[in-house]
Design a protein around this ligand. Structure first.
Ligand code: CAA
Length: 259
C-alpha cells in the first residue's frame, strides 16, 4: 500500500493508523484524506485486524483541514472538499470494526472532526481541541456542526464553534468530548490496552454494538429498540454466542473465533 502522509502498522490484531505530515501539523489536504481512507480500507479488509487506533505523528493529532490547500477555493470546490472529508470520516464512523482516536496533540477543526468520527476518544494531557473555523471566515466542514452538538450538547457546541476557543484535554473530558485523559508518554500504551480488551471479546458482538448504537442514535427510541432486538436476535445464530455462554457455564474463558 502506497501512502504518502499516513503510516499503517499492525501489532497483532490491532491496526495503528498514524497521520504523518508533521511539517504541517498533519493538516488534511486531499492526498492525506485519501491516505486515511486507504489505511481504513486496509484495516477493514484484513481479517486479522479487530480494532483500529487512529493517532497523529509529532505534536499534533491533526491541526485541521489544510488552510493553504483551501485558500483559493471557489464555492463548489469548497463544497466538494467538505463532501470528500465527510465521506472519509463517515466511512470511519460506519465501518464495522471499532476505531479509537488516540489524541496526542492539536485536534483542531478537521482534526477535532476526525476524532469525533471515531467511536471514542482518549486524549493525552497535551491534547487541545477546538473548532477555529470562524476565525478563518468559514464553518466546520467535515461534520463538526453535526457531530459536536450530538456529543457535547447544542449549547456547548455553539459556544465552541462561535468563539473558535481552544480547550485543553481536561475541559474536553469535562464536556464529554473525550473518555479519558492520560499522561502524554502513556497514551499509546493506555489506548492499546483498551483496544486489547475489546479485541479479547466476541468481535461479531462488538461490531453489532457499534451498529446498534450508530443506527439507534439516528431514529426514535421505539425504532431504536427494534434495531437492538433484531441485532440481539441475530447474534444467537453465531458460534460466538454459543461459545461465550458455554464458556460461562463451564467456568472457563471463551475462545472466540469471530464466527
Ligand atoms: N493547514 C495548513 N498548515 C498548517 C495548519 C493547517 N490547518 N496548521 C498548522 N499548519 C502549519 C503552519 O502553517 C506551519 O507551517 P510552516 O512551518 O511552513 O510555517 C506548521 O504547520 C507549524 O505550525 P505553527 O508554526 O503555526 O505552530 P504553532 O505551534 O505556532 O501553532 C497551531 C500551532 C495553534 C495549531 C497553529 O498552527 C494553528 O492555529 N493552525 C491552524 C488551526 C486551524 O485553524 N485549523 C482549522 C482549519 S479549517 C478546517 O479544519 C475546516 C474544516 O472543518 C474542514
Amino acid at each position: 500500500m502506497e501512502l504518502a502522509n499516513v503510516l499503517y502498522e499492525k501489532e497483532g490484531d490491532i491496526a495503528i493508523v498514524t497521520v504523518n505530515r508533521p511539517k504541517a501539523l498533519n493538516a488534511l489536504n486531499a492526498e492525506t484524506l485519501a491516505d486515511i481512507e486507504k489505511a481504513m480500507d486496509a484495516a477493514a479488509a484484513d481479517p486479522e485486524v479487530k480494532v483500529v487506533i487512529l493517532t497523529g505523528a509529532g505534536r499534533a493529532f491533526v491541526a485541521g483541514a489544510d488552510i493553504t490547500f483551501m485558500q483559493n477555493m471557489k464555492p463548489l470546490e469548497g463544497r466538494a472538499f467538505a463532501m470528500l472529508g465527510q465521506a472519509v470520516f463517515r466511512k470511519i464512523e460506519t465501518m464495522e470494526k471499532p476505531v479509537i482516536a488516540a489524541v496526542n496533540g492539536f485536534a483542531l477543526g478537521g482534526g477535532c472532526e476526525l476524532a469525533m468520527a471515531c467511536d471514542f476518544r482518549i486524549a493525552s494531557d497535551a491534547a487541545k481541541f477546538g473548532q477555529p473555523e470562524v476565525g478563518l471566515g468559514i464553518t466546520p466542514g467535515f461534520g463538526g456542526t453535526q457531530r459536536l452538538p450530538r456529543l457535547v450538547g447544542e449549547g456547548m457546541a455553539k459556544e465552541l464553534c462561535y468563539t473558535a476557543d481552544t480547550i485543553d484535554a481536561n475541559e474536553a473530558l469535562r464536556i464529554g468530548l473525550v473518555n479519558h485523559v492520560v499522561p502524554a508518554d502513556e497514551l499509546m500504551t493506555y489506548v492499546k490496552n483498551v483496544a486489547k480488551r475489546i479485541a479479547s471479546k466476541g468481535q461479531l458482538a462488538v461490531r453489532a454494538c457499534k451498529k446498534a448504537i450508530n443506527e439507534g442514535m439516528q431514529v426514535d427510541i421505539d425504532r431504536a429498540m427494534g434495531i437492538e432486538a433484531d441485532i440481539f436476535g441475530i447474534l444467537f445464530s453465531t458460534e460466538e454466542q454459543k461459545e461465550g455462554m458455554t464458556a460461562f457455564v463451564e467456568k472457563r474463558k471463551p475462545a472466540f473465533t469471530g464466527k
